[in-house]
Design a protein around this ligand. Structure first.
Ligand code: DX5
Ligand code: ZN
Length: 229
C-alpha cells in the first residue's frame, strides 16, 4: 500500500448481497472502486452482528486492491492476529472499544497491517492527538456505527477540518464512514478527507448480475468529491 491523498471510494460490503460476497467484491472493483471496506460487528460494541475473520479470509482472494477492515468489536486485541492473517491491509479499531487503544494500535502494526483508529460521532479529536504517531488512518464515523443506510451527521464536518489541521504533513488517511452520498461527499472532501466509505449509495440499483449501477454510483460520488477540492 502506498500513501497518497487522492480521493478513494471504498464501498462497504455491508450493503452487498451476503450470499455473494466474492462476486460482489469483484464487481465493485471492476466498476472502479479503490478500496473494499469490510464491516465487522459483534452485537456487543454495536447492536448488530455481521461476520468474522473466516469470512474476511474467504473474500480476500476476490479483492485485488486494499481490504480495509473496520472492527466494531470489543474486546479487540485477541482478534487482531486473525484479521491480519486473513489478509487485512488496514485494520481499524475503535477508540471507544476499550481502555488500551494505544496497545491495540501497536498490536495492529505488529501484526503487519496498517493501523486505523475509528472514532464515534460523540468522540472529540483531542483523544486522537497522542496516538497520531501510531496510526495510518483515522476513520471519522459520520453515523453511529452498527447499520448501513443512516443519515449523515453534519456536525462531523468541522471535526474533519480540525483533524486535518492536526495531522498536518503526517502520512495519515482521513476516512469518512456513514451516510456518504453525492450530497455529503463534497463536504467531507473539502474538509480534508480522502477515503470515502459508502455502502447504500454505491450498491443501490445494482446487483452482481447488473453491476453497471455500481460504476455509475462510484463515479458520481468521486466526481462530486473531486469537484469540491
Ligand atoms: C456503519 C458501517 C458503515 C456503513 C456505511 O456502522 O461502519 O461502513 O456500512 O453504510 P452507508 O454508506 O449506507 O451509511
Ligand atoms: Zn465501516
Amino acid at each position: 500500500m502506498t500513501f497518497d491523498r487522492s480521493i478513494k471510494i471504498a464501498p462497504s460490503i455491508l450493503s452487498a448481497d451476503f450470499a455473494n460476497f466474492g462476486l460482489e467484491c469483484e464487481a465493485i472493483e471492476a466498476q472502479g472502486c479503490d478500496w473494499v471496506h469490510v464491516d465487522v460487528m459483534d452485537g456487543h460494541f454495536v447492536p448488530n452482528i455481521t461476520f468474522g475473520p473466516a469470512t474476511c479470509a474467504a473474500i480476500r482472494p476476490h479483492i485485488k486492491g486494499v481490504m480495509d477492515v473496520h472492527l466494531m468489536i470489543a474486546p479487540v486485541d485477541a482478534y487482531i492476529e486473525a484479521f491480519a492473517q486473513a489478509g487485512a491491509d488496514v485494520i481499524s479499531a475503535h477508540l471507544e472499544a476499550g481502555p488500551h487503544i494505544h496497545r491495540t494500535l501497536q498490536a495492529i502494526r505488529g501484526a503487519g497491517s496498517k493501523a486505523g483508529l475509528a472514532i464515534n460521532p460523540g468522540t472529540g479529536i483531542e483523544d486522537v492527538e497522542y496516538l497520531l504517531d501510531m496510526v495510518d488512518l483515522v476513520c471519522v464515523m459520520t453515523v453511529n456505527p452498527g447499520f448501513g443506510g443512516q443519515k449523515f451527521i453534519h456536525s462531523q464536518v468541522e471535526k474533519v477540518r480540525r483533524l486535518r489541521a492536526m495531522i498536518g504533513d503526517r502520512p495519515i488517511h482521513i476516512e469518512i464512514d456513514g451516510g456518504v452520498t453525492v450530497d455529503t461527499a463534497p463536504l467531507v472532501a473539502a474538509a480534508g478527507a480522502d477515503v470515502l466509505v459508502a455502502g447504500s449509495a454505491v450498491f443501490k440499483g445494482g446487483a452482481v448480475a447488473n453491476p453497471a449501477p455500481y460504476g455509475d454510483n462510484i463515479r458520481a460520488i468521486r466526481a462530486a468529491a473531486v469537484a469540491a477540492l
